[in-house]
Design a protein around this ligand. Structure first.
Ligand SMILES: [Zn+2]
Length: 165
């Protein structure tokens, strides 16, 4: 048993949830804060439980160095991710989604964020039918908000903190 606080986000219909431990949130806000006024991001690694209805996120990666970004846009690169995912695969951990920051802004996913996730959900390359998007808004690490959205059959479902049990 881990000593870390578990954080859970879920939706009622469909019944989907995402869980992770507190240090993962510290890591994602640290990475977002370090990038300052520009967007940054990476991938989420973890596993699906309960027949795919629950995703446990175990790792957030730092920005691949071939990523491109500005104050209000982010295009994640791929460098290093294939090797990382091969390594995690051997430990039963897989690609489960994406994260990026909205410095000084809302954690609400933009229209282009949703379009990008729909593309990933339908892309056999990712082998991920229900990818998660985590967005960090505000001025992390001191003041921030996060959103989690799971794409089920291509439709975005926003998860709410701590509901239902
Ligand atoms: Zn965005």
């Amino acid at each position: 048993m881990s000593e870390f606080l578990k954080v859970k986000y879920s939706s009622i219909a469909p019944d989907v949830s995402a869980v992770f431990e507190q240090p993962l949130l510290s890591e994602v806000t640290r990475l977002a804060g370090r990038a300052g006024r520009v967007e940054t991001g990476g991938i989420l690694v973890g596993e699906y439980l309960d027949g795919g209805r629950s995703v446990r996120i175990t790792e957030v990666t730092a920005m691949p160095e071939d990523s491109r970004f500005g104050r209000a846009w982010f295009k994640r690169g791929r460098k290093g991710l294939d090797a990382l995912l091969r390594d995690r695969w051997a430990q039963g951990q897989y690609y489960v989604g994406e994260w990026h920051s909205h410095p000084g802004g809302s954690a609400e996913p933009s229209g282009s964020d949703i379009a990008a996730m729909r593309k990933i959900a339908g892309d056999p390359l990712y082998r991920c039918e229900a990818p998660v998007l985590l967005v960090v808004g505000g001025r992390p690490p001191d003041s921030f908000s996060i959103s989690l959205t799971v794409f089920v059959s291509g439709s975005p479902h926003r998860l709410r903190y701590g509901t239902p049990s």
